[in-house]
Every structure is written in C-alpha cells, then in structure tokens.
Design a protein around this ligand. Structure first.
Ligand code: SF4
Length: 300
C-alpha cells in the first residue's frame, strides 16, 4: 500500500514548515492557533500549492512502484488520483481542473521519460536530455532506490528533540520534491532553513551519520517545464546551522509573544491570520491590518 503523504495537523514542536514560513509571525500563529482538537487550522490554498501537492503525491506513487518492483502504473490513473487528492483541499482561487490535470500529467510524462525533459540548451547549461552534470537517464531514475524511505521514514516524521520534519524521501541522502516557477539556485541549500533542518533530523535519526547527499528534485513550471536535479554534499556545518535555526525559534517561542516575531509585510493581503478568528481565540494581526488598510487607502 502506498505511504500516506498526510502530515499530522496536531503535531507540535518546531516544524520545518514553521521555519520556512516567510513571515515569522504568521508561523507563530500557525503553530499556536489551534482548533478544538488541537490541530493546526487549514485554509484555502492557491493553485500553485495544490499543484505542488498533486505532483508530490504522483512522484511518490511512481517511486513507490519502482521500489516495490511493480510495473509503472498508468500515468493517467496516477494523474487522476493525484489531482483528486490535491483538490480535496479548498482552493483560494478558481482552478480549471482540465488544465490543472493536463499540467500534472505533463509533469509525470517528463518525469518518466514519456516526454523529453529538456529539449534545448538553456543558458548553455544543457542540451537534449543530458543534464548539466552529464546524467542522461529519465528524471525518475535520479531517485536512488537502495535504502530509500518515502515521506520521512515511510510515513513517520523525523525528529530531533522538539524539532520535527518530513522530507519527501530519506535514506542514504535526503531528497525533497518541489514545484517552482523558477529554477533553484544552489544557495537554496544554505540560505533557507529547510535542508539544514533535514540534515539535522537525518543525522539524529541515523545514529549520528550525516546524509550522503542533499537533493532537490524540482519541477520548474515555466512555458517549457522541466525537471531539475540539484544535489550537494552534506558537510557537518549543515547540522550546526539546523541547530542554530531551531535554537533561535525555540527562544522566541518561549516568550509566546507575537510582537517578538519578524514580519514579512508583502504577504499580509492574503494572510488568513490577519483578521481575528474569535472562534479559535485569535485576536488578528494588528500590523497586517494596518498595512492592508494603508494600502487600500493609497489605492482609492
Ligand atoms: S498579517 Fe502580515 S504580518 Fe501579520 S502574520 Fe500575516 S503575513 Fe505576517
């Protein structure tokens, strides 16, 4: 049976998602404002997030088939299931389901080699279906199967003290699947908390053994979309950096004061925590309300 991609909404502690939220104050609210069952609140999501959810599921389904020695499932069937799962979640904008499904299907056809992945040189980095590092297989063949687990440790999140995270794949290395409107740059590995935190969690779960590598498998959703593989070695500094991110967040959380969390005001217009949510005891975000109010006055 395929491993579930669901993440426990009642989880507590310092989650990788929390550390990755651009507005720290929003992350504080996402962690502390809970429903009556102690679960994080769920809000309608933009199309790009739901597309990522569908591709994420489908990627895991196809890798799962390879791991289990199954023949590759029909890509239209996988697309249908992935789209249905993703669209179970409410969308914050209209979605053309036919276009959405076609685009997910294209991603899978490129993943499995049914369509060429990269058909022309981009900035001179690659030509035909040969990757910049010379790899000439299909994108799904990038995923090394030996020792691989899916969705953390086959559905179990990885832990270190109060830090929790769930990479799409663990094993000898850590692999995370993304969809993005632009290609990833190598600096993503060290300028965002994600990979340092995954390195920390992997090392803790593997008896002190560092990941053999860190990798992003990114579906770059541009006019001519393609899969990008970005891989880096994992020196111990990643683990140290992950610990520093966690220590910073832990110290701030102990104060339980949203005013101590930094803000990213470009995100206020769409933020579900801006307005009060009295049914969940949330007073709203005053700074976000002020920013949006000023913006509306300027636009009037
Ligand atoms: S309203 Fe703005 S500042 Fe407040 S939590 Fe949301 S994104 Fe952050």
């Amino acid at each position: 049976m395929m491993i579930s991609k669901e993440i426990d909404a009642a989880r507590t502690g310092i989650s990788k998602s929390t550390l990755m939220t651009p507005c720290s104050r929003k992350a504080f609210y996402a962690e502390t404002v809970r429903d009556a069952e102690g679960r994080r609140l769920r809000f309608p999501m933009p199309e790009k997030v739901l597309f990522g959810t569908a591709v994420d599921y489908a990627h895991a389904r196809l890798v799962w088939a390879r791991l289990s020695g199954e023949t590759q499932p029909d890509l239209l069937d996988v697309t249908g299931t992935a789209v249905a799962l993703a669209l179970q979640q409410a969308a914050s904008e209209p979605i053309d389901e036919a276009v959405f499904s076609l685009q997910v299907h294209t991603a899978l056809r490129k993943l499995t080699g049914e369509l060429p992945n990269r058909t022309k040189a981009v900035r001179g980095e690659f030509a035909a279906d040969v990757e910049p590092d010379g790899f000439a297989g299909t994108p799904i063949e990038r995923i090394p199967l030996e020792g691989l687990t899916i969705q953390g440790d086959n559905g179990r999140s990885l832990h270190w003290e109060d830090v929790v995270g769930t990479p799409d794949y663990d094993g000898p290395g850590v692999i995370d699947v993304k969809t993005s409107s632009r290609s990833y740059s190598p600096s993503r590995f060290w300028t965002k908390p994600e990979m340092p935190v995954y390195a920390l969690l992997h090392t803790a779960e593997h008896g002190g053994e560092l990941p053999a590598f860190l990798a992003y498998h990114v579906y770059v959703r541009v006019t001519k979309p393609y899969w990008q593989w970005l891989e880096r070695p994992c020196p111990p500094e990643y683990v140290t950096l992950g610990q520093m991110h966690a220590a910073h967040w832990r110290a701030a959380m102990e104060q339980r004061d949203p005013a101590l969390f930094g803000v990213a005001l470009d995100y206020c217009a769409e933020c579900p925590y801006r307005a009060p949510l009295p049914e969940f005891g949330h007073p709203g975000c005053a700074i976000g309300q002020a920013v949006v109010s000023l913006g509306s006055e300027e636009a009037a």
